[in-house]
Ligand binder design. Structure first.
Ligand code: GDP
Ligand code: GDP
Length: 438
């Protein structure tokens, strides 16, 4: 159930980000593009066939041996620790370099399946390109071209085939967890643990821990105002012997898995620090996860009224791409705003799972097209003929028509806005997929 994690390693310029983009290229769906959204270039999801996976680009490993072991840099190490398998990229045009050997030795320490990919091999004899890389001692290399796509699917299939099925996999199903599954995510120290304790509050007595399917998250069922919930605890609150003991390491992969398994995500931001890059990374991943989203701007008690105005302005200015997500100004410490947060979680959950009839969908589509026609392309008008609902959480609208590949992002955004308003799809991303029938 949890997705295999594949780490990309290699020297700078061997083509890791090119491969990353290819492996995470946004599905087949045309998702409304959110202007201003910074797509994270380090973490992404992709799939081959029905098999999803997570890719982590570790950035460039210099492979230098001078100075404090630069390879031990925390980020890379953490990524390799979490990975189920490693794709080790080398440059077929440059041939093997000492730095490649250094990286090979480092990667070996982690005892994970490793596949050597000899990149930039387009137009080259594959056998020749890969021959010298046998000496890395990591099995038979595969010649690929990240830029052109040659052998990229084979590389991913090979690596997936080697990853053992995850433990716990069939111990229980996600659906065994009652009620709304809520993931509380955020960078360290924003107040996740404090909020979680607030949320489960007096219910702690009846809460009991279940092992999570994720590497570290724990599922905590609880009730509030008669509604059942399951909290997906990425902060490890429930596992700590006492609150002082900070054993949790922050992990973006863990947050991604928690989001995947949730219905609604609460992203906690520390209002007293404003928006940081890591908040924006998590926000981007939350949007891509497709789940319902609520923003909890915490530590509001800690701010002067002047600072409050500043923070509100900053959020308004920088979060336009996430304007569908409600913002709650809260104090987890004192409990203010937490009740309203629950109301929004319920509302978003209902919206994300709301079934809309095909006839209503078509009525709204027709009206939208009538009010704002799709463009003419080479003298022919793009026609949108009918729509149906293809999925929930997030709502997926499949729109059939002709020349649909000619539609602009801005037209898709327009449709998303119309649907959102008509069906009160609040707090959830909306996906529109076009199908050409000509
Ligand atoms: P990174 O530093 O490892 O992330 O490498 P990049 O993905 O940024 O690629 C470095 C350079 O190699 C860029 O100029 C890419 O266009 C080029 N490149 C990447 N993949 C290929 C490939 O398959 N073939 C060729 N010829 N060039 C490539
Ligand atoms: P986590 O790492 O995200 O789980 O964050 P914690 O819940 O451990 O909180 C980090 C620190 O922020 C702790 O010292 C908390 O007491 C403090 N904190 C959390 N929520 C609030 C809040 O609403 N207001 C104030 N002033 N401090 C808070």
């Amino acid at each position: 159930m949890s997705k295999p994690i594949i780490a990309l390693v290699g020297r700078p310029n061997v083509g890791k980000s090119t491969l990353f983009n290819r492996l995470t290229r946004s599905r087949d769906a045309i998702v409304a593009d959110y202007p201003g959204l910074t797509r994270d270039r380090q973490y992404g999801t992709g799939r081959v066939g029905s098999q999803p996976y997570i890719v982590v680009d570790t950035g460039g490993l210099s492979g230098e041996t001078e100075g404090v072991d630069p390879l031990m840099a925390g980020q890379v190490r953490a990524a390799l620790d979490e990975a189920d398998a490693v794709l080790f990229l080398v440059d077929g045009r440059q041939g093997i370099l000492p730095a490649d050997e250094v990286i090979a030795n480092y990667v070996r320490l982690f005892d994970k399946p490793v596949h050597v990919l000899v990149n930039k091999a387009e137009g080259y004899d594959h056998d020749l390109a890969k021959s010298e890389f046998f000496q890395l001692g990591m099995g038979e290399p595969l010649a690929i071209s990240s830029a052109h796509g040659d052998n990229v699917e084979k590389a991913i299939n090979d690596v997936l085939a080697e990853i053992p099925e995850k433990e716990h996999e069939d111990e229980f199903e996600l659906d065994d967890h009652p009620g709304v599954r809520v993931a509380v995510i955020g960078r360290p120290n924003v107040g996740k643990s404090t909020l979680i304790n607030r949320m489960i509050g007096e219910e702690r007595v009846v809460a009991f821990d279940m092992p999570g399917t994720t590497r570290d998250s724990i599922f905590v069922p609880f009730e509030r105002d008669g509604e059942p919930y399951t909290l997906i605890d990425t902060a490890g609150v429930r596992r700590r012997k006492n609150i002082k003991e900070k054993i949790e390491k922050f992990s973006i992969v863990k947050a991604m898995e928690a989001m995947d398994q949730s219905h609604v995500v609460i992203l906690v931001i520390d209002g007293s620090e404003g928006l940081t890059d890591q908040d924006l990374t998590l926000l981007g991943l939350a949007i891509e996860s497709g789940r319902g989203l609520v923003l909890a701007v915490n530590k509001w008690d800690n701010l002067t009224s002047y600072q409050r105005e500043q923070v509100k302005n900053e959020l308004e200015r920088r979060l336009q791409f996430a304007e569908y997500a409600k913002q709650h100004l809260i104090s987890a410490l004192h409990g203010s705003g937490v009740g309203d947060l629950f109301k929004t979680v319920q509302m978003v959950y209902k919206a994300a799972f709301k079934k809309v009839s095909t006839s209503d969908l078509n009525r709204v589509l027709e009206q939208a097209v009538h009010e704002h026609q799709p463009p003419l392309v080479a003298g022919r008008r793009v026609k949108l003929r009918y729509a149906h609902l293809g999925g929930l959480n997030p709502p997926r609208v499949i729109v059939h028509g002709n020349q649909v590949d000619k539609l602009s992002e801005s037209y898709t955004r327009y449709l998303v806005g119309v649907f959102r308003k008509a069906f009160k799809w609040v707090g959830t991303p909306i996906t529109i997929e076009y199908k050409a029938n000509e």
